[in-house]
Ligand binder design. Sequence first.
Ligand code: SAM
Length: 343
Amino acid sequence: MTNTSPTPAQYLANGLEITHLHHYHMTLQSIPATAQLLQQSGQALAQGSRSKVSGTLNHLCQALFQLKQELGDTQWQALRKELVEHPITALLSEAPQIKHSQEWPRGYRGDAYMMDLIYGTGRTGEQLAHTSRLGKSIHETQADWATHRAAIRRLRTIAHAVDEQAQKVGKPIAILSVACGHLRELSFCHTWQTQQFERWVAMDQDPRSLALIREKPTNDRLELWEKSIVSLLRQPQTQQFDFIYAAGLYDYLQDRTAKLLTSRLFELLRAGGKLLVANFTPNTLEMGFLEAFMDWPLIYRNMANMTDLAGGLPEGMAQFKVYHDLPNENNRLVYLEVTRKNP
Ligand SMILES: C[S@@+](CC[C@H](N)C(=O)[O-])C[C@H]1O[C@@H](n2cnc3c(N)ncnc32)[C@H](O)[C@@H]1O
C-alpha cells in the first residue's frame, strides 16, 4: 500500500499547522524555515556587531518559543538533540552561561554558579574578562532578557518581603531560605544589613553553595544547613520561623512534591508567619532557547497552578494569595504567599 500522506515539506508549503507533523520523525530538514533561520543566525553571530548579535538572539528566542508550542513534546525533544550538534551551538557557547550549561558541572541544572552569571555577581567579571567579543555580546543580550531581569528582581522582592515581615512582627525574626544558593538577596535586605534577626537559616543540598556563603563575614545567627528538601518532606516539623522563602526551587519540582513541600513549609511557620514561593510562568519567552541551547527545562506554573499548590493547607489556619511580579514584563514570575493565621 502506498503512503499518500503529504510530506512535512508539503504540509508547510500548504500552510498547514505544524502540529499535524507529529507522526513524522523530526529532523531539521523537515522544518526548512527553522533550518534556514539557524543558518542565518549562525552567520549573523559569526560576523555580527553587538546590535546584530542581540537582534539575532532575540529573534531566535521568539522563533524557538513558538516552535516549542507548535511541536509535540516528542518532536521538540528530538529537535533539541539535533540542535546540540548544530554549528550555531559552538558559537553560542562562547558565552559563559551557555558554556556552563553545556557541562552543568555540579551534576544538576540551575546551580548557584549559573545564578551568579545571571545576577552578574560572584565570579562573573572574572569569567567575562576571559570571554571573546562574541561571547560578551551574547552575554549582554542575555542579561537584558526579561527572564534574567525577573530573576534579579526576585532577589529584591524577597529581600523586601523579609524586611516587611520583620517590621510587621516588630522584633527580630527567624528566617529560612530553602535552596538558598549563594543567598544573593542579602545585599538588598535591610534586616540582614542591620543584623536585626533572631536567626537566618540557609539551607541547600549543595555544599559548594554553602561554602561560598561561609566565606562572607557573618555571625553565628546565620546557620547553614546542608540538607535536601527530602529531609523536610520526611520528618514531622515544628513551628520555628517567621518567614520562609524558596526561589529557583519550585521550577524543578513536580506538582506532587511541590504541593507536599508547601504543606511542610507551612508547618514550620509560627503564628503570623509567612511563606513566599516563586515560580517562572509559561509566558517565559526564552524557554525554547533555554531548553534547546542550555539544556535547561523548567516546570512553568501559572496562577491556577500556584493556587493548586496551596490546596493541601489546613483550612482556617492558612490564608494565601497568588500574584504576578510585573505586568509590563509579561508576567515572567508568579508568587504564592501564604500566611499562618494567628490563633
Ligand atoms: C536556581 S538555584 C536558586 C538559588 C537561590 N535561591 C537564588 O534564588 O538564587 C537552585 C538551588 O537549589 C538547590 N537545590 C536544588 N535541589 C534541591 C533540593 N532538593 N534540596 C535543597 N536544595 C536544592 C541547588 O543546590 C541550588 O543552589
